[in-house]
Design a protein around this ligand. Sequence first.
Ligand SMILES: [Zn+2]
Length: 284
Amino acid sequence: MIANPNEIPIADNHIHVDPVNGDGPVKIAKLFYNAGGRVMIIPNKPSWSINDNFNFKEAIDLGIRNVEEINQNTSVKAFPICGVHPAEYSKLLKNGKSFEEAYKLMKKALDYSAYLVNENKAIAIGEIGRPHYEISEEELKYQNLIMKYGMELAKDVHCPVQLHTETATEDEFREFALLADEVGLKREKVIKHFSGAYITEDENFGLTPSVIANKELIKKAINKGNIFLMETDFLDDKTRPGAVLGPKTVPKRTLDFIRKGIFSQEDAFQIHEKNVFKVYDIEI
Ligand SMILES: [Zn+2]
């Protein structure tokens, strides 16, 4: 077991667990803890990981149960995020649903997510947004409506959103910031999941970047400032090994960077404690 000498509440801001296709919540949380990790922010997996009838509620409920299992059986503090992945919309269309029908189903899943946040059963809405692959103009119009709807709900229940989108540059950060302004959601409550090192305000327009815990990216990020979160986007899917970073990456990277003086203690507490507390309003 790797020590975390100052008990920095090292947090992975976007890590999945999957009891059906992967090692599951408890095993992954133990790996994470033994590498020095303490906090896991866990968005539910898409519905297709457990059913093929687009039962979004079932996928969201499983996400909540996974987090409960971690909190009951390990020393990790886990928090659930609920939502409906933009790729679900594409799949609904492929399955023969009209743009409108699919839109209604997506909205229903988002309503349920907001309900859970309101009941204090989840801490944010996500991952929502736009697909990372090419889509038609018409689909894009609807994907944007769904993203906006998710932001409106987040504003109503006072929580952040985690955005999954195409690779974002300053242009997209600006676009999402303006969308947040339009619905009245604070810009900092918009978390860009799978972000590059967009750290300064003139790069991210006040959004909260959740930077992939890749060595070079985190080095680049910390050279610009310490207002960001760290994540792996680990999928816990045995059919896609190595698709993303492993579950131990955030604690390993953090502790290694402290040892090497790339992160100060203060940086580590800022990233993992203060930034997490500020965006989610949770006490660790
Ligand atoms: Zn994800």
